[in-house]
Design a protein around this ligand. Structure first.
Ligand SMILES: Nc1ncnc2c1ncn2[C@@H]1O[C@H](COP(=O)(O)OP(=O)(O)O)[C@@H](O)[C@H]1O
Ligand SMILES: [Mg+2]
Length: 500
């Protein structure tokens, strides 16, 4: 954290601004110095030229009399006087034929350093108007260079001082700006790294930096809230996952328990039914003998009535026990179907013969609708008879006197064989139908029923149909009647050609 802070301030905007401003000041000063130096030099030079021009002509004119008088000594003396003064470093006088008459050269005179001097000339004319000679003056420009360099040095020094002052001012000024900025930037970096408890400096004042700091604080608070929400979400998730795992385990245990309980129940039923059947058979057998009076009359007519009751109750019990035994076998998957060819017309005919007395007793009419060419079925005739008996006995039980029962069988378009038992009896509600299919449940309450039952018949029929790979459907309307349809799968249908 510490080294980051230094690095941040080190490459700061402040330094960049200082360097930029400083470079600009230096550049501008240099340019200014160069320009003003050039101008200064030009001005000095032109001044020197004008001055020297005047000097040459005025001084030249003073030589016209001595030249006219051939007083060359005087000319020489005057030249020596002149050369002593000012920037003149050499002087020569020629006559009109080009012969040198007088010459003064200082030790500064160097004809090779052409850049360091200027040469001026003047034709000397006598009062008579006759050309008597020519004056040449060599004037040094060193003075000018010296002046210019001095001015440049002065300008450069001024610029240098200016640059230093500028640098200091800019440094201090920018520091005032970049200080808060770099503090906010430091906080921003720390918050960016995830240290959301970082305090944001420079807040609550005027200006851009403060506004930035305020925004950063908002961001920090928002991030804090998001982080907290995420944490809570994770916690809730973990809790939920744990609950799901627990519930799954509970459900699995419950399922295992249910499977085990069901298995125990089936086993119990099977054992019980088997153990009950033996004594019941004895009760039935002996009551049958007594009822028939095989060894002589019972005597009192009440005994005959009792024996009748004993036999009737025994029959009900044995059929209940047989149903129970069948159900437990089917549910345990232990029921073995006998696979044989079953002729539907014969099957129905036999079933109707068994129920005929009951139908008559209930004053019902009965009709069958079975096509002569209906295919045979591969099935278990004992089980199929049991199904038919159940359906028929229900119709007899739940159809009031004068009612009608229809037994039909047909093949549908797909070739499946359907069998149905329909009546116009008391019917069932929708819930009644669902109840009727469950074991031990009945669609009507006890008062509505005139007959006793165990509630096992339809459940057993449904289970048998599943064993056949077929299905059982109940279509019923309260007060109108009931139709129960069983459907056998295609693989159980035997074409007439083969069965005929
Ligand atoms: N043909 C029918 N008409 C009206 N209700 C019926 C018919 N068949 C069955 N039920 C209803 O379905 C219930 C269950 O029938 P079932 O399983 O055969 O048991 P049970 O005959 O011993 O009562 C019956 O108690 C009755 O309420
Ligand atoms: Mg029944």
């Amino acid at each position: 954290m510490k080294h980051k802070r230094t690095r941040l301030s080190g490459t700061s905007i402040r330094n960049r601004i200082v360097v930029t401003v400083l470079a600009t000041v230096v550049l501008v000063s240099l340019l200014g110095t160069a320009l003003s130096g050039r101008e200064h030099a030009a001005r000095l030079m032109s001044g020197l030229k004008a001055e020297s021009q005047v000097l040459t002509s005025v001084f030249g004119d003073t030589l016209s009399d001595p030249l006219w008088d051939y007083d060359y000594l005087m000319v020489q003396q005057r030249l020596e006087h002149l050369v002593d003064t000012r920037a003149v470093i050499g002087a020569r006088v020629f006559d009109n034929r080009g012969s040198k008459l007088a010459e003064v050269l200082t030790d500064r005179f160097d004809p090779d350093a052409a850049a360091d001097y200027l040469v001026f000339d003047h034709r000397i004319v006598a009062q008579s108007g006759e050309w008597v000679g020519t004056l040449f003056l060599w004037v040094s420009t060193e003075g000018v260079s010296f002046e210019v360099w001095r001015a440049i040095r002065y300008d450069a020094a001024t610029a240098g001082i200016l640059a230093v002052i500028t640098a200091v001012v800019v440094f201090v000024g920018v520091n005032l700006i970049s200080g808060p900025l770099s503090r906010v930037a430091d906080a921003m970096v720390r918050i960016g790294e995830g240290a959301l408890d970082t305090e944001v400096p420079e807040r609550g004042r005027d200006g851009e930096v403060s506004r930035m700091a305020d925004a950063l604080e908002q961001l920090r608070l928002k991030s804090l809230r998001v982080e907290q929400a995420e944490r809570e979400l994770r916690r809730a998730n973990a809790h939920l996952e744990q609950r799901v795992t627990e519930r799954t385990a509970e459900l699995e245990t419950a399922r295992e328990q249910a499977v085990e309980a069901n298995r125990a129940k089936t086993e119990f039923l099977a054992n019980m039914s088997h153990d009950l059947r033996t004594p019941l058979n004895a009760i039935l057998g002996f009551s049958e003998i007594m009822r028939a009076g095989a060894f002589g009359p019972l005597g009192d007519p009440r005994y005959e009535e009792y024996v009748e009751d004993i036999h009737h109750s025994g029959s009900l019990l044995i059929s209940l026990i047989n149903d129970l035994l069948d159900i437990s076998k089917v549910e345990a998957g232990k029921y073995e179907l006998t696979e044989e060819v079953v002729d539907i017309r014969t099957l129905v005919h036999n079933a109707l013969r068994q129920i005929a007395t009951a139908v008559e007793g209930a004053a019902l009419t009965l009709a069958t609708h079975i096509p002569a060419d209906i295919p045979a079925l591969r099935g278990d005739s004992r089980v199929m008879t049991q199904i038919l008996n159940n359906l028929l006995s229900n119709s007899v039980k739940f159809t009031p006197r004068g009612g009608h029962i229809d037994v039909s069988a047909w093949t549908d378009a797909q070739g499946l064989i359907h069998m149905s038992v329909a009546d116009n009896g008391i019917g069932m509600t929708k819930e009644g139908v669902a109840k009727a299919l469950r074991p031990f449940e009945q669609a009507h309450n006890a008062r509505a029923r005139e007959h006793n039952g165990t509630g096992l018949g339809l459940h057993l029929c449904d289970n048998f149909m599943q064993l056949f790979g077929g299905s059982l459907e109940i279509v019923s309307e309260e007060g109108k009647g009931t139709t129960v349809i069983v459907v056998f799968p295609l693989e159980r249908v035997i074409e007439r050609k083969r069965s005929a």
